[in-house]
Write a protein that binds this ligand. Structure first.
Ligand SMILES: NC(=O)c1ccc[n+]([C@@H]2O[C@H](COP(=O)([O-])OP(=O)(O)OC[C@H]3O[C@@H](n4cnc5c(N)ncnc54)[C@H](O)[C@@H]3O)[C@@H](O)[C@H]2O)c1
Length: 329
């Protein structure tokens, strides 16, 4: 039984609290959040302790592992302090908004990197797991094109957006990791995008983008993102090669398809957002983390995977600003 603490009781903290509570190999010991009452309200739901002081987690020798769900700017300090206190860590993405800061983190946790996992949950989605397995088994032949469509139903709260680091580091980072997961290392990035939404233009960010990543083999990954989508949470991936293609499609509240003379359609809307769409992925992610830590093996994705996705995000920002193809170094 792994005894876990959650740092940060916001949107994703609530997802992880539910997942830990439901896992037979995990015990949710405590939730901390500096906002008065935030951790207490969530912890009460799961019979866990709560605190407004993050130090309480580091100082509790009965806590084996920490799930970091605080704002991105807090992650590195909390990873370093947790590792120094002997805890294993599952940190939310991105590790930080700066590659230099991730390198400081790597230096500080040297020798213990194998006890830190980054929460790129989409790698654990059952559809992605099957697609990757069949891709690796050669079903489409040599991988030539990856297409990733990822659109949120609605933009996050303004207070979140202003500190998010922008679309590439906050949102597309999932897709950069997915592109690496499917395609391997990336050599070049070309990005374009626009702010159609006034509030997002107002904070100097964009809400809609198209990014093309090119691998050394010449294969490409094309990523399409939007911060809003009238149809709901739109999550699709296609891999294409000379022998065919494999696709993961959107999940719906119902899969019943109607067919008539006027057309065919699936009536149910897309699942609303990440909590519902990736519920199985968060469970599998936690399960992998617990199994790895208990076995003393390194969980994946690693801090180096988190760093690699951030390097691509920085290159995408440079590409957008300079209207140019940028090498990933
Ligand atoms: N993997 C995913 O699907 C996914 C989804 C959403 C968010 N995220 C990531 O999770 C992180 C949190 O995002 P969110 O949407 O839950 O944000 P949020 O604003 O909803 O929640 C953050 C929480 O952290 C608390 N907090 C603030 N400062 C803190 C500190 N110093 N120590 C501990 N807690 C602190 C806040 O009070 C708040 O309750 C971000 O890094 C984000 O990129 C990942």
């Amino acid at each position: 039984m792994l005894r876990l603490a959650i740092i940060g009781a916001g949107r994703i903290g609530q997802v992880h609290a539910r997942t830990i509570y439901a896992h037979p190999g995990a015990e949710l010991v405590t939730i901390v959040d500096p906002v008065p009452g935030a951790a207490a309200a969530l912890a009460a739901t799961f019979g866990a302790k709560s605190s407004e002081k993050v130090e309480d987690v580091y100082e509790d020798p009965t806590i084996d592992a920490v799930v970091i769900c605080s704002p991105t700017s807090c992650h590195v300090d909390q990873i370093i302090a947790s590792v120094a206190a002997g805890k294993a860590v599952l940190t939310e993405k991105p590790i930080d908004l700066s590659v230099a800061r991730v390198d400081e983190c790597l230096a500080a946790i040297r020798g213990q990197e194998h006890r830190v996992m980054v929460g790129f949950n989409r790698r654990f989605d059952p559809g992605v797991v099957e697609l990757k397995g069949r891709l690796d088994a050669g079903e489409v032949g040599e991988l030539r094109q990856v297409t990733i469509i990822s659109r949120d139903p609605a933009a996050a709260p303004a207070q979140y957006m202003v500190n998010s680091g922008g679309i590439f580091k906050d949102m597309t980072i999932h897709d950069f990791d997915m592109a690496r997961f499917l395609l391997g290392d990336i050599a070049e990035v070309s990005a374009s995008g626009h702010a159609f939404i006034d509030d997002i233009r107002g904070i100097g960010d964009i809400d809609t983008c198209a990014v093309t990543l090119t691998a050394p083999s010449g294969a490409t990954a094309t990523i399409l993102n939007s911060r809003v989508c009238a149809a709901g949470y739109d999550q699709r991936i296609e891999v294409f090669g000379p022998k065919g293609a494999l696709e993961t499609t959107n999940l719906r509240t119902t899969g019943v398809r109607s067919s008539s003379g006027s057309g065919t359609e699936v009536a149910g809307p897309y699942l609303p957002f990440f909590l519902e769409r990736y519920a199985a992925a968060y469970t599998a992610e936690l399960d992998h983390f617990i199994t790895s830590i208990e076995a003393g093996t390194a969980p994946s994705p690693s801090v180096l995977d988190g760093r690699a996705a951030l390097v691509i995000a920085e290159a995408a920002g440079t590409s957008l600003a300079g209207h140019a193809m940028v090498a990933v170094v």
